[in-house]
Design a protein around this ligand. Structure first.
Ligand code: SAM
Length: 199
């Protein structure tokens, strides 16, 4: 099964609120709202059905992009937010060729699916090349104590220190923390979260 087929199947055949990564609200929106202007180009990597973009639309943000390998998730997003308020990019982050710069890069629970080192290196290269100086990255992935799989796929787990080291000298770290996500079935998943600014 292709990666797209895997994710389309997950979204099409499960109620959104039962998916292990489901959350009703994106707490990261608070940082975004306090830190960047309403016209800042913001991209949500692997946004899926996340409420991140909906909350930003409600707050008046106007330059929003969601990238995902699942065309089903993107189509659902377009139904929720019709018109041209959001750009929907159907792509695999591993092969995506960015065509513009962004002021904020958000990734919740996507980077950990990149299990090959070459894909991880390419990811950080894209984040660096795509963020304007002063732009922010807000990233959360399974920590070293997190689950070994997500959605039936293997993951690479990272401590906050791993993420900071991988970002390299081009980022100034503003916040790093481990946080617990409570799944709809009552489980606990430990995430590493880092917020950093492109120098
Ligand atoms: C665990 S879900 C997280 C979704 C969303 N970020 C959230 O917090 O609700 C992972 C998402 O990443 C997408 N995804 C997985 N691998 C991807 C890849 N290589 N390129 C782009 N999107 C990917 C999936 O389709 C899915 O929407």
């Amino acid at each position: 099964m292709s990666l797209q087929a895997h994710w389309d199947d997950r979204y099409e055949n499960n109620p959104a609120s039962k998916l292990s990564w489901y959350q009703e609200q994106s707490p990261e929106v608070e940082f975004v709202n306090e830190s960047v202007g309403k016209g800042t180009p913001i991209i949500d990597i692997g946004g899926g059905l996340s409420p991140f973009v909906d909350q930003l639309v409600d707050l008046g943000f106007t330059n929003l992009t969601v990238l995902d390998v699942s065309s089903f998730a993107l189509a659902e997003g377009q139904k929720r937010i019709p018109g041209k308020q959001v750009e929907w990019i159907h792509s695999d982050i591993r092969t995506w060729q960015p065509e513009r710069m962004y002021g904020l890069w958000h990734d919740r629970a996507v980077f950990h699916f990149l299990t090959e080192e070459a894909d991880q290196v390419s990811y950080w290269g894209k984040a660096k090349d795509t963020l304007v100086p002063g732009g922010f990255i807000v990233i959360g992935c399974f920590s070293e104590n997190g689950p070994e799989q997500c959605s039936g796929l293997p993951v690479a787990r990272h401590s906050t220190g791993d993420l900071v080291a991988a970002m390299g000298d081009e980022f100034e770290v503003l916040e790093s923390a481990r946080r617990i996500h409570r799944t709809p079935s009552g489980g606990e998943q430990e995430f590493s979260w880092v917020i950093a600014q492109r120098i």
